[in-house]
Design a protein around this ligand. Structure first.
Ligand code: ACM
Length: 385
């Protein structure tokens, strides 16, 4: 039988080391900022929320073990964490067996539902569908896919292939490289990209390999025009590693960019800058971790407690005026209503938003709005900034 702690606690599962350390640190500090703000507002039932953090080092087995440790040894059943999809899949049976709750602040491939996971990042209908419409409209119909070799890239490519085909587009190559690519892996991949003469490269490469791939492509093309790289995950953290000359011109779809010039976003960036270590970037997935943790804490405050069965119903009642705009959880599928933005990276390495959805998009993780025409039509309506 699982016990409960006698004070409010949240377990954080974000890697401090390993292939995705940069992006997961950006998420971890987002969650910690939310907890700091919640505690400044009095915590829960007069007690400060404690954060317990572990470093799973990007290894799915360690995510599972630490989730189990939080729950069995500490009675903590409110968790925030995971980036790569196979780490979420490793934690899923643990939270399901123990009726715990994992808040997952990361974009992923869709086609999943767990009653014990709240999905805080976009599903394909909130990122891939508008991105495909944008890329075809602005850059052309010939695309090469390149991804890290695990479930998220493979499944995301499956969806993207469908979206491109539906619009008469052509997928010229589908390339996978290891999570830690060697120079030879990168050279082979870039050879295929050059040969294919694609209009666009759709990259689902994650972690440290991202900057390595973008750099390898920039080096190979030199001063010649190079294809745009479009991504669902590349963030301020990866751009900081590759440099703005390499990043310039590439495209990302996400709910949030730290460059968004709204009062809520400026306030968030100010709070992050005051709280984060110098080397931690403010990314879309910082914002997702911040928002999910804030909503979780507010649900605990509303419930005046921290038992999952008290907190989860309150979570569905939360509506947050987030840095990206309003967000809320869809109780039917545990995914989040999110705004979608498409940005191009300028010569300073800053995301310039080119399109945004007129309103938050309802999450549709299973059916996936495969109808590209819907999005092509709305591309004219979204605000261009
Ligand atoms: C991911 O693996 N969901 C980025």
């Amino acid at each position: 039988m699982v016990s409960h702690p006698d004070q409010p606690q949240i377990g954080l599962l974000f890697s401090e080391t390993g292939v995705t350390a940069d992006i997961e640190r950006s998420q971890r500090y987002g969650a910690l900022l939310a907890i700091e703000q919640l505690n400044r507002q009095g915590g829960v039932a007069g007690l400060p929320i404690q954060a317990l953090a572990r470093d799973p080092g990007g290894d799915p087995d360690r995510y599972r073990l630490y989730a189990d440790e939080f729950i069995r040894n500490h009675g903590i059943r409110l968790l925030v964490g995971c980036y790569m999809s196979h780490t979420r899949k490793a934690v899923m049976p643990v939270v399901e067996r123990t009726d715990a709750l994992l808040c997952y602040p990361t974009p992923y491939e869709g086609f999943e539902y767990s009653p014990n996971i709240i999905y805080g990042g976009p599903a394909p209908n909130q990122n891939s569908a508008p991105l495909a419409a944008y890329l075809i409209r602005h850059y052309g119909e010939r695309v090469v896919f390149i991804g890290s070799d695990y479930i998220y890239p493979r499944e995301s490519n499956h969806v993207m292939r469908h979206l491109y085909r539906q619009h008469g587009g052509t997928v010229l190559e589908e390339i996978y490289i290891p999570l830690y690519p060697s120079d030879e892996d990168l050279a082979r991949a870039v050879d295929l990209i050059v040969k294919a003469q694609a209009d666009v490269v759709f990259s689902t490469v994650v972690g440290t390999g991202t900057a390595e791939l973008y750099r390898a492509i920039a080096r190979r093309y030199g001063d010649a025009p190079r294809p745009r790289i479009a991504s669902l995950t590349t963030s301020e953290a990866e751009i900081a590693k590759m440099g703005s000359e390499v990043a310039e011109g590439h495209v990302v779809v996400a709910p949030y960019f730290s460059s968004i010039d709204t009062p809520a976003s400026r306030e968030f960036v100010r709070a992050c800058n005051a709280f984060f270590p110098e080397d931690v970037s403010i990314t879309a997935w910082t914002e997702a971790a911040y928002c999910q943790t804030l909503m979780l804490g507010r649900a605990m405050q509303a419930a005046q407690g921290w038992r999952v069965e008290q907190v989860q119903p309150e979570l569905y009642r939360q509506r947050l005026d987030a840095p990206q705009g309003p967000i809320w959880v869809e109780q039917q599928n545990n995914h989040s209503h999110l705004t979608s933005r498409i940005a191009e990276i300028d010569s300073r390495g800053t995301f310039q938003v080119r399109w945004q959805s007129p309103e938050p998009i309802r999450p549709d993780p299973y059916v996936v709005v495969h109808n590209l025409d819907d999005w092509s039509a709305s591309m004219g309506e979204g605000s261009h900034r």
